[in-house]
Design a protein around this ligand. Sequence first.
Ligand code: SF4
Length: 311
Amino acid sequence: MSAELPYNLFSQHLREKFGEKVFKVTLDAGFDCPNRDGTRTWGGCTFCDASGSSAQVSPPSTSLSEQLEVGMAGWRRRFGDKARKFIAYYQAFTNTHAPLDRLREVYRVGLEHPDVVGIAVGTRPDCVGEPVLDLLAEMSAQKYLWVEYGLQSAHDATLLRINRAHTVEEFIDAVRRTQRRGIEVCAHLIHGLPGDTPRMMLASVDLLARLGVEGIKIHSLHIVKGSVMAGQYLRGEIPMMSQEEYVGWVADSLERLPWEIKIHRLTGDALPHLLIAPEWSRHKLQVLNAIQQEMRRRNSRQGSALDVLKC
Ligand code: SF4
């Protein structure tokens, strides 16, 4: 399937690296977030709900080992004995926002499980001091590891508007320090944030290309219950993009990214019962098909605009 895809799909990379399909299990280690607990500020990003942008299905009160087993069992029910290798994805809230001893204890669950072939740690760029990065580097010597940083937009005015409580400069610094340790970085962008024009979104993509991040997740702006944006949206203050607009912006984005950058995700994973808008984003397969069709229509692929841009 990948040979026909116009972009470098991460799941295909995993299949090649590990010789079979690898399944991701999302975990909630019970962390908080510096953007909610007052370390940086209060209230959280305006798009984030009380679950800390987690797609986690198990209740967070369950132990991490149980969450892992439940998640793996869910995949086995669907895929039978094909589901043998897993990535433990520490996703909810900020997964480096705790003392080192606690972090070690939490990461050990994934590191020591024999069926877990890789670890992904989702965090913020302002939460990776040198000791944390040393720990992550130690882990990457033991197991395949990704660190995922939310950037969302490479424009400080937009970050301020959505209450991200970190700057673009902090993101750049975190990425460079992480990469210096040989750890692969996946950066997250949201297309359609209030205040971000299409030109600004593409500038965010260009920054990631220049930094040479190893992976990217892009998703459309989602309005979820319990977020500050939910109120703004219901008062008519947040314009919502159409699927056609999103598909066009993603195609433009992919064309500007070097082929080496792995595409981890192009759709969001808001829990269906929390999603308010846009309605079309519930149909992930439809959105992915539309992106592929659009790129085929343009006869383009990931990176195809780069030679033109260099001229
Ligand atoms: S999106 Fe992440 S950084 Fe923002 S409030 Fe939610 S958990 Fe915190």
